[in-house]
Each structure stands twice: as structure tokens, then as C-alpha cells.
Design a protein around this ligand. Structure first.
Ligand SMILES: [Zn+2]
Length: 274
């Protein structure tokens, strides 16, 4: 037992340093354990029932402080991840709770995708395609925020922004690595970037690398299924066939919600001026 006692003596010294003793702390007469003068719960416990060895532990109020500090650190980490993900985009605060419910099937699909991605480490891809302003980016941002809230990393980015990163970075491979490492990649407005061989190469590297990483990806696009079905050249065909290898597609329909919101604001301001 003396070897064990020596080990505990060393641990006890370390624990004592980590658990500050306050003037108000006292020894419980019945158990001989040190008690917290604030919450009146033990600051010591006996790991072996048949031994008088006592080790320091967190009392209830110190445990609560410790939990609160861990929660603050966790939230800070999440907010840092959110800032990195959205890098200045207005969509940073976009969550499912803000959904107006006008497209229930879209909402259901995106929520199910988010739950799947955060719950079972899914490799699935989701392609949201349809007209401008129908809520594709909004929903993709909701998915990214849900992933971040669940402890994942995510990036919400356009191909043009990746081109900018590549332009500014001396290490091109590191830019692609970052996109492949992130837990969830959202490529917003795919297909709206200018068509050049250089941009096609970026798109292929991005899509191909992500597919090889085995990680999930959400793509939003104004392209139609006809556009996807009739690529203009071999490079486009390769890019599109890689996307369809993994992606489930969802046709996002409806009125232009951004136009509707502008119209509603304009009507409100004109009625308030009357
Ligand atoms: Zn206490």
C-alpha cells in the first residue's frame, strides 16, 4: 500500500495546487474531509473505502465554475469557426429557426441533410438547384450553421472566392487542402463564375479533391438540370459527372424571395409616408 500511498501523495500535492484552499473551508468532523466554506460540499474524497487516503476534488461550486468556463471556451471556439466559415458574409447568422416555412419540402430535405451530416458522419452531397432568390443560399447557410453548432468545422464559399484565395496564396495546394479538410464544404452559386479554362481547372480540382476526401458537400446553383445534362465541353462534363457521382439533387422552386422582401419593404415605406 505504501507505493500507492506515495503515488497518491504526489497526486495530492498536484491537486492541492489546482484546488485552492480558502480561509472559510473547514474539516468535517464525521468524515475528516475538507469541506468548501461556500457550498458546503467536500473538496476531498476517499478513492478506497477501506483506506484513509484522501484526494482533492472539485466541490459543487468549483465544478459549476469549471463547467461554465468550459462552456465559454466551447462557445468561443464555435464563434471562431463560424467567422472562418462565413468570412464576412451576411448569412453568418442564418439558422433554420429563421426559415419562413414557405417551402416545407426544401426545409425538410435540408434539415434531414444537416441531421445526417452532423449525426452519422455522412459522406453525402446535396445539390440545390433552381432560380435566383428561391432560398438556396439561405438553406445552405442554415446547414453550415447547424454543422458548426454540432461541433463540426465548415466553409461557405464561392468558386470566385477560392480563385481569390489561390491568387493571394503562394501555396496553392494549401488552399485546396483547407477546403478538403473542413468538415462540411458549401460551394455557393456554383456555375455563376466566368467560364475560362483556368476557372474550370479550379472547379475540377475543388470538386475532385472534395470527393476524394470522402466528406460532405453542399452545392447551390442557378444552373438548370438541362445545363447539367448538356455540358459544353469535356472539362465541364468531367466536373459535372464528379458532382453527380455523390450528390442528391433538389430542385428549389418558387418566387424570388429577395424581390418579394424588397417589394414588401418598399410597400411598407410608401404606406408609412402617406
Ligand atoms: Zn464550493
Amino acid at each position: 500500500m505504501s507505493a500507492i500511498r506515495n503515488v497518491f501523495d504526489v497526486l495530492a500535492t498536484k491537486a492541492e495546487a489546482a484546488i485552492p484552499i480558502q480561509d472559510s473551508d473547514y474539516t468535517d468532523e464525521a468524515t475528516g474531509l475538507l469541506m468548501c466554506g461556500k457550498c458546503h460540499t467536500p473538496k476531498q474524497c476517499r478513492p478506497f473505502p477501506d483506506s484513509d487516503i484522501a484526494v482533492y476534488c472539485l466541490c459543487v461550486c468549483m465544478k459549476a465554475d469549471d463547467d461554465a468556463m468550459r462552456e465559454r471556451l466551447r462557445r468561443n471556439e464555435i464563434e471562431q469557426r463560424r467567422n472562418i466559415c462565413f468570412h464576412g458574409s451576411d448569412l453568418i447568422g442564418t439558422v433554420f429557426a429563421d426559415d419562413d416555412g414557405k417551402a416545407p419540402t426544401l426545409t425538410k430535405t435540408c434539415k434531414a441533410y444537416a441531421e445526417n451530416v452532423t449525426g452519422v458522419n455522412s459522406r453525402d452531397w446535396l445539390l440545390l438547384w433552381g432560380d435566383c432568390g428561391t432560398g438556396k443560399s439561405f438553406m445552405a447557410a442554415c446547414i453550415a450553421n447547424a454543422a458548426i453548432d454540432a461541433g463540426m468545422t465548415a466553409r461557405f464559399i464561392t468558386v470566385s472566392e477560392i480563385e481569390q484565395h489561390l491568387w493571394n496564396s503562394p501555396d496553392k495546394a494549401a488552399v485546396y487542402d483547407e477546403m478538403n479538410r473542413t468538415g462540411l464544404l458549401v460551394i455557393d452559386d456554383f456555375g455563376c463564375e466566368r467560364r475560362t479554362d483556368y476557372m474550370d481547372e479550379i472547379k475540377f480540382n475543388l470538386i475532385d479533391g472534395r470527393l476524394r476526401s470522402g466528406k460532405p458537400c453542399v452545392i447551390t446553383s442557378n444552373l438548370t438540370l438541362n445545363d447539367f445534362a448538356a455540358p459544353v465541353d469535356l472539362t465541364q462534363k468531367r466536373i459535372i459527372s464528379r458532382i453527380f457521382e455523390r450528390a442528391k439533387t433538389f430542385h428549389v422552386q418558387g418566387d424570388d424571395r429577395r424581390f418579394a422582401a424588397l417589394k414588401s419593404r418598399a410597400e411598407q415605406s410608401s404606406s408609412s409616408e402617406k
